[in-house]
Each structure stands twice: as C-alpha cells, then as structure tokens.
Design a protein around this ligand. Structure first.
Ligand SMILES: Nc1ncnc2c1ncn2[C@@H]1O[C@H](COP(=O)(O)OP(=O)(O)OP(=O)(O)O)[C@@H](O)[C@H]1O
Length: 305
C-alpha cells in the first residue's frame, strides 16, 4: 500500500505537486496519468524517497520508506531505466544491487529469467537497446520480491512482446496481493492494464476512481453512419434531440443515440443505411475530457490553407 497525504513539493515559486492525497491499494493495478508537467515524476520521486516533500507525507506499506530496514524488500522501483553503469554486465548490475540487501545469486538468476534477459546476462548493459534496459530495470525492481512496485513508464521502448509481458506481469503481481503503481502516457495500454486510475493535472488531484467509473462518466461513444439519404436522416435524428455531424455528403457522426435506435429511425423514414459503426469511448477520450483545463503545454491546432 502507498499512502500519499497532503503532499506538496515546490521548486522555487512552482508548486510541482500541490496538496495531493491518495492511496494506492494492494491487489489491483493502479495507473498514474497526467499531462506533461502535471507532477507525476515529482510525486513518484517523493514516494520512493528520492525527494523530500515541502510538506505532507508518503508511506509505503504503512511506514516511511526511510524507516524500512530493507527497502528493496518493501518497494521495487523503476524510475529511469537508463540509470546504470554501461560497462557492467546485466548480471553484475543486478548482483551489485542484490549485495546491498544480502540477496543471493539464485534470486538474481530468477529475475533475469523472469525478465527474459538471461541469454544476454553477460553482455554489457551499455550495449542494451532501450527495451532490454527496461527489462533489466524491471528485473532490478523485482529483486527484493517486494510487496509494492512503482514503475515510471515501464513499457517505453518495448516491442509488442515486451508490452504484453509487462501487462501480464503487472496483473500477476497484483493478483498475488501486491501493490502495483505505474505511470504511462500510452492510453490504450493503460486501459488494458490498470484497474484503477489516479489522474493529476497542474500538481492537483483530478480523479481517483476505478477505470470503469472514469470511462462511464465520460460517455462520448458515437456512431458513424453511411447513408445515401444523409439530409433526410439528419433531420429525423435532430428531431430526437441527438447531435449529428455531417462528415461527408454520405457520412454522419451521431452521438446521443445507439446504433439500433438510429437504424429504427432510418427504417421509419425509409432512409437506406449502408453502414453503422459504433465507436466506444476510449480512455483517451475520457482522459482528455478530464484533463482539458489542466493541460499546460498544448500544441495549437494545425491551420489549413
Ligand atoms: N528539479 C526541478 N527543479 C525545478 N522544477 C522542477 C524540477 N522537477 C520538476 N520540476 C517542475 O515541476 C513540474 C512537474 O514536473 P514533473 O516532472 O513532476 O511532471 P510529470 O507529470 O512527470 O511530467 P512528464 O509527463 O512530462 O514527465 C514541472 O513544471 C517541472 O518543470
């Protein structure tokens, strides 16, 4: 369990994190989302003891991290996969970390195998691809068989196999009753992996809820309609109070009514329909609507000439 209580972290005049309180519970995968500069890394650095908060507290498994006798056994961390000595082999890297906690060679072999890098264990980590470094970083995070894991962007640079591996690994860790907290900018992957989401923007908490609730609260599902009778169907649909957008002369986008109901309206007025395609709300839609007012760095829309 991770408990963040009234966490504030200032850098000069900037409040990178501003009075944030949340709990990350065991047994589920919790995703941490927010626009660039929202304060995610600052929060994670405070949680893992790398930064001292300006005010507020963070605890891991009920205790301040500094007070744990063997922190690696409590908390596994992946914050910066590039942070390793390039001349060392993967095995030497893990062995050096293991030695600080009296963790034996057998566990080093176990995590090398778990991360799928035992074949390259003797190669210099400096020669590793980003994906292999990520795997090595995750192996290091799991060395102490920790009850809680914190991973910042763990799927960066991974190939599709690697992405699926991380997804299954995190779900497995959660199903064993561990606390799993990860940040990622990759919405589709987050929606496939996380059960619960914590969202921050401009240093403040925006949402702390199950993924399903966040998706349900932003029902932006829409139906694409292909019809040679677009104007007659538009008029009939508008009479039902739904929103209709003409995409091309024979394509409409409808929100506020599901596909069967649209088909019924079309049948009643004798409008032929060639295709009806439902686009469900994506986590990206839900996320954008949640963070709309808290995006600090938004690119302006491209202009068309
Ligand atoms: N060491 C630092 N010194 C000064 N300002 C900092 C420092 N670290 C972070 N900040 C500022 O704090 C704010 C939050 O940054 P943070 O890196 O925590 O955001 P983030 O959500 O992790 O962003 P990203 O998604 O881009 O990684 C930003 O305005 C950033 O410029």
């Amino acid at each position: 369990m991770i408990e963040v209580q009234n966490l504030t972290k200032r850098f000069g005049d900037t409040a990178a994190v501003d009075d944030v309180t949340f709990t990350v519970r065991p047994g589920v995968v919790t995703g941490f989302l927010g626009p660039n500069g929202a304060g995610k890394t600052t929060t994670l650095r405070a949680v893992v003891g790398l930064d001292r908060p300006t005010s507020g507290t963070t605890t891991v498994n009920g205790t301040r991290l500094q007070q744990h006798a063997a922190p690696l056994r409590e908390l596994g961390v992946l914050l910066d996969a590039g942070n390793l000595q390039p001349g060392r082999s993967a095995r030497a890297h893990l062995s050096a970390i293991a030695a600080t906690h009296g963790i034996g060679r057998r566990r080093v072999d176990e995590v090398l195998e778990l991360a799928g890098i035992q074949e390259v264990a003797r190669r210099r980590a400096g020669k590793f691809s980003l994906g292999m470094r990520q795997r090595l970083g995750i192996a290091a995070a799991l060395l102490g068989d920790p009850q809680t894991v914190v991973l910042d962007e763990p799927i960066n640079g991974l190939d599709p196999d690697g992405v699926i591996w991380v997804r299954n690994l995190l779900k497995q860790l959660a199903s064993e009753g561990r606390t799993v907290f990860l940040s990622s900018h990759l919405m589709t992957e987050m929606s496939l992996t996380a059960d619960h989401l914590i969202v921050i923007g401009r240093g403040r908490l925006i949402a702390d809820a199950p993924l399903a609730d966040i998706m349900a609260a932003t029902d932006q599902s829409r139906v694409a309609v292909r019809t040679p009778h677009a104007s007659a169907l538009t008029a009939a649909l508008l009479a039902h109070g739904v929103t209709v957008t003409a995409v091309t002369t024979d394509r409409l986008e409808v929100s506020g009514m599901d596909a069967p109901a649209i088909a019924d309206v079309a049948a009643r007025i004798g409008a032929r329909v060639h295709a009806l395609t439902t686009h469900a709300t994506s986590l990206e839609d839900a996320y954008l609507s949640l963070t709309e007012s808290s995006v600090q760095y938004r690119a302006s829309a491209p202009t068309t000439s």
